[in-house]
Design a protein around this ligand. Structure first.
Ligand SMILES: [Fe+2]
Ligand SMILES: [Fe+2]
Length: 338
């Protein structure tokens, strides 16, 4: 596949082509990974190796020179300086804090400084003031897919909830305020919804089983901690649609922390934010040895960062957490092998 230009990349949208491959993710340590989930079958298809970067959860405020602006600028600058340069950047949602167009526009201006193409999906903080109108005006479709060097890469909007606001007579600002809460007990569980599920079925219908697939959502595709919407309620349907593939890599924002899981053919990785680190919820993790150290409250940048994913010719690869501070345990710092 030809190398995509920035313009081509932003224009990709909902095209299910005959993809080829893709990339990967994280396993904690070889021992724990294989011990829990078994050895993932290696894909046989040839890949043209590449690296892409991932950023998420900037939570920009409509306040001039807010410190979170600088954190996103720093992450963008870090990626721009990488050699070789990543082919693209994926952004996993929550550019803004309260869904204001000014927040989203500020984020776009910073992301536009990236020297490579980028694609974005919405988070709940981007969306519920105007139900995504400003976001779509700036970033385009809420779900999309494209092919790159043999990989098929998918982005979906996982933060959709049934209408809880009309009957309650909430204003748009009140609706956004509810959704901004970490624990909104009146908002319902997030999901992608039936329309996106139908789209996904069509999108992957003609892809062969050895096509490497990467899917990015804002919330995880497993029941990590539903109370904080660390879940996607129709993730089982998504995983069923993708179950025909030998290997799927799922990356997600929203949790603001290092976390990993494996579900059948799918490996899932959480991402660092560039705003603040959430504490780990009070649950046992399937892969506790990838838990990052808790942050230093005296260091505003602790727990923040960006990421790169290296994809190798054998549909193998490494997830690299590029933390701003030195808080990662040694096994995560080395990069998590796909
Ligand atoms: Fe977030
Ligand atoms: Fe979020």
């Amino acid at each position: 596949m030809k190398k995509i230009s920035r313009r081509d990349f932003m224009g990709y949208s909902m095209k299910a082509g005959a993809a080829t491959m893709f990339t990967g993710i994280l396993a904690p340590t070889a021992t724990s990974f294989f011990g829990y989930g078994g050895i993932a079958e290696a894909a046989t298809r040839k890949i043209k190796p590449f690296t892409f970067a991932v950023l998420t959860d900037a939570h920009l405020y409509d306040i001039k020179n807010h410190k979170f602006d600088g954190f996103l600028e720093k992450a963008v600058d870090d990626i721009n300086k990488l050699k070789p340069r990543p082919d693209m950047v994926l952004y996993a949602g929550d550019i803004g804090q309260s869904g204001k167009e000014a927040e989203l526009l500020k984020g776009k201006k910073i992301l536009d400084k990236l020297k490579m193409p980028y694609k974005v999906i919405p988070g709940e903080h981007d969306y519920y003031l105007d139900m995504g109108k400003a976001w779509r005006g700036l970033f385009g479709d809420e779900h999309w897919s494209f092919d790159h060097n043999g990989a098929h890469i998918i982005g979906m909007n996982s933060i959709l909830v049934p209408d809880f606001w009309s009957m309650a007579g909430l204003t748009p600002k009140e609706r956004m305020g509810r959704m901004e809460e970490l624990e909104c007990h009146r908002c319902g569980l997030w999901g992608v919804g039936d329309k996106q599920l139908e789209w996904l079925k069509k999108d992957v219908k003609n892809l062969s089983a050895d096509t490497p697939v990467v899917i990015m959502t804002h919330s995880p595709l497993w029941n990590y901690y539903p109370r904080w919407n660390f879940q996607t309620h129709d993730a089982p349907e998504i995983l069923a649609i993708l179950s025909k593939f030998e290997k799927v890599v799922a990356i997600h924002g929203h949790v603001h922390q290092v976390v990993y899981n494996k579900m059948g053919n799918t490996v899932s990785a959480g991402l660092l934010s560039t705003s603040w680190p959430w504490p780990y919820p009070p649950v046992d993790l399937p892969y506790p040895d990838i838990r990052m150290n808790r942050v230093d409250p005296g260091d505003f940048e602790d727990g923040l960062g960006g990421h790169t994913l290296d994809v190798t010719a054998g549909f193998d690869g490494t997830m690299n957490y590029r933390a701003f501070s030195d808080l990662l345990p040694a096994n995560v710092k080395r990069g998590i092998k796909l």
